[in-house]
Design a protein. Structure first.
Length: 196
């Protein structure tokens, strides 16, 4: 099944990172620090990033992680496989640290593009979901940040973010009850009103 394949790929990548770290083979690692807290509420973890130094990948629960399992989809995986094979065969690394930084830069740019696309898709479809709700329905939301005309809030039910026009004073992380005033999924706009 897909989940078994995904778990085996994670295991493969974690073992490759462990081996590279122990043998001091230069590779590009994926790292993700644990998320912080605001007002005692756990925040979403930040995006994973690339590094030439081994470090924790919090989201996957491993001490080190290097992507090597998809060389047909990601050029960086092919580069990492070449680094490992050369070391296992007793040969020098085919890629210098400088070349790895070039691969790293290319990979980060591609990852950034993918993250932007994923965020746009998530925003659109979460707003489509909200558009199906009644404007009279009270929804739980969390204050995300200030805006010149109120607050940016995140709906608990689906993670959609919108603008809450409210003069009251809130802190980031405060829970509020809101109602939908208007939603325009194609424009990425969600306007909310206080429910009470």
């Amino acid at each position: 099944s897909r989940s078994l394949v995904a778990e085996m790929m994670i295991l493969c990548n974690a073992l490759a990172a462990k081996e590279a770290s122990e043998r001091r083979i230069p590779v590009v690692y994926r790292v993700q620090p644990p998320p912080g807290e605001i007002n005692g509420k756990q925040q979403r973890p930040g995006p994973a990033s690339f590094s030439v130094n081994p470090a924790q990948h919090w989201g996957l629960g491993v001490d080190a992680y290097a992507q090597v399992s998809s060389p047909l989809r990601r050029y960086a995986d092919l580069v990492m496989q070449r680094q490992l094979v050369a070391a296992f065969c007793g040969n020098p690394s085919p890629y210098s640290a400088e070349k790895l930084f070039q691969v790293l830069a290319m990979g980060e740019a591609q990852e950034k593009d993918v993250r932007h696309l994923e965020a746009a898709v998530f925003k659109r479809w979460s707003l489509e979901y909200v558009s199906q709700m009644s404007s009279h329905e009270s929804l739980k939301a969390w204050i995300w940040g200030r805006h010149r005309s109120g607050y940016v809030v995140e709906l608990d039910i689906c993670g959609a973010r919108g603008l809450l026009a409210d003069k009251r004073h809130f802190q980031r992380g405060d829970e509020v009850q809101v109602k939908v005033k208007s939603v325009q999924p194609q424009q990425g706009k969600l306007l909310l009103l206080p429910a009470n």
